[in-house]
Ligand binder design. Structure first.
Ligand code: ADP
Length: 472
């Protein structure tokens, strides 16, 4: 079986969120099972081709959007022993810009629909021209949601799997935009109740298997939680081909024993490096060390559903008992509120409003507690990184957070899990965490159990492989 994994972002080349990490690590794990697996993604202006040894190839072509043709050239990495080959679609008009999806001010690019229509039509062109030998296309989120239908409309034999990383983002497009796509594909598409179209729902309708990134989130979608009734109907219609497979993490890249970005390495049996990273984190954030005061870390896109309204309400109550380090970019109002909080408590709250990969690793390594009270969370990766670094997560019991963090009880569990999603229940959870932190024996046990969890990709990759082979 030869697989092409299609993703709008791929670590280490481009990253806006968890999708990039999955696209950068799941194919590596799948390579142990399938005959071949390659990845394809756009060549964005921010990708450092020289650093990643990305070279141009003689594969070129053009695809039509309406009555206009747009050229493309394929670029590729030059993989050495066992590395995954990643292909890049180059077209400067669509991708030669700094952002992946958004302008510097956070607004989405106006032509995002056309950009990803183009990207998908190039993938379709590759299949039609048989440039590579591909039996199965693994599509991810709405940026590649049209491909299962495009394959079907073209009568190609290629199988398709569609993974939903976040149901919040549909990639809605208009009837006029639909008319830019091949005629026989247009007739397959179903309008939404708003009379536009959803690339996400098209992916669900036309792929042979649909997955989402945790069993808990799959259950929530099937139950219609946090989604509109029209979307729920599509999910229910796809029920027999729908399942949840929990994300894994790249155990090499997120490894406290050899993390590239942290000055001190540590393991379950040698924890002194963690304390040294805590000093380093405080230093980098301009905070003083206070004995027995825990650092509570947070790394997140700044959006409402990551739980910031609750966090912001509680900062006044906890700023005298903990230090907070926030790393996140996104919503301007949340950015302003976190900045104001860090100015109000300059020795207690630090906030970095950028996208900062090295700092993200240091926060995981140097914090005591990781705060992730998302209102809903398809899988979540930072709670998994936190477990691996002995940084105890506080999470809302939802989606993948509920699936991966085991609630703390005396001598049991790996983190603090609260429900319902409310100020009072997060407050109680924070209180319990701070109280438990003072009990050194309990805390050491929690850290040890957290670090023993195995969220490597091996189990989940096998589940994906079984899913691939179940397609007839
Ligand atoms: P989502 O995909 O909804 O953003 P996930 O928890 O699945 O959430 O994945 C988020 C990924 O993006 C994690 O690897 C996290 O460390 C990273 N991340 C988010 N914001 C930042 C930031 N400001 N700087 C560095 N990494 C970030």
């Amino acid at each position: 079986m030869n697989v092409l994994f299609v993703s709008a972002e791929v670590t280490p080349f481009s990253k806006a969120g968890g999708l990039a990490d999955v696209a950068g690590s799941l194919p590596q794990a799948l390579a142990h099972h399938v005959a071949s697996i390659q990845v394809i993604t756009p060549l964005y202006g921010q990708i450092d081709s020289e650093k990643h040894s990305i070279i141009s190839t003689s594969y070129q072509g053009s695809v039509a959007l309406g009555n206009k043709r747009y050229p493309y050239t394929l670029y590729t990495t030059t993989p050495t022993d066992g590395e995954i080959q990643t292909w890049f679609v180059k077209n400067d008009q669509f991708f030669q810009r700094q952002g992946i999806y958004t302008e510097a001010n956070g607004n989405g690019f106006e032509d995002n629909n056309l950009r990803y229509f183009f990207f998908q039509l190039v993938v379709l062109d590759i299949l039609k021209r048989e440039l590579f030998n591909i039996d199965l296309l693994h599509c991810n989120d709405h940026h590649s949601g049209l491909l299962p239908g495009l394959i079907k409309a073209s009568g190609l034999p290629t199988h398709s799997v569609f993974t939903i990383h976040n149901f919040l983002y549909h990639g809605h497009f208009s009837k006029e935009e639909l008319e830019l796509l091949p005629d026989n594909f247009q007739t397959l598409c179903t309008p939404t109740q708003w009379n536009n179209f959803s690339a996400l729902l098209e992916g669900i309708d036309h792929s042979q298997k649909v997955t989402t990134v945790s069993p808990g989130y799959a259950q929530e979608l099937l139950a219609g939680e946090n989604i509109d009734t029209h979307s729920h109907e599509h999910i229910l219609a796809a029920q027999s081909k729908f399942s949840g497979i929990v994300n894994g993490i790249d155990h090499d890249y997120w490894n406290p024993e050899k993390d590239l970005y942290t000055p001190f390495h540590f393991s379950k049996d040698r924890m002194d490096g963690k304390l040294k990273n805590k000093f380093e984190l405080l230093k980098q954030c301009g905070l003083d060390y206070h004995q027995d005061v825990p650092i509570i870390g947070s790394i997140s896109r700044l959006v409402e559903n990551k739980g910031f309204p609750l966090i912001l309400e509680l900062l006044d109550d906890f700023a005298d008992r903990a230090q907070f380090v926030f790393l996140g970019s996104g919503d301007p109002v949340l950015t302003e509120q976190l900045s104001a909080a860090s100015q109000k408590y300059p020795d207690r709250i630090a906030f970095d409003a950028g996208f900062n990969e090295p700092l993200a690793h240091l926060i995981e390594a140097g914090s005591d507690i990781f705060l992730m009270p998302s209102r809903f969370e398809p899988c979540g990766l930072n709670q998994l990184y936190s477990l691996r670094y002995g940084t105890i997560p506080i999470v809302h019991k939802t989606g993948g957070l509920g699936d991966t963090v085991i609630p703390f009880r005396a001598n049991e569990g790996t983190g603090f899990v609260f429900e319902p999603y409310s100020l009072e229940s997060l407050r109680t959870s924070l209180e319990t965490a701070l109280e438990t932190f003072t009990d050194k024996k309990q805390w050491a046990g929690l850290m040890a159990r957290a670090m023993e969890q195995d969220y490597s990709w091996s189990r989940s990759a096998l589940q994906y492989y079984r899913l691939y082979t179940s397609i007839k």
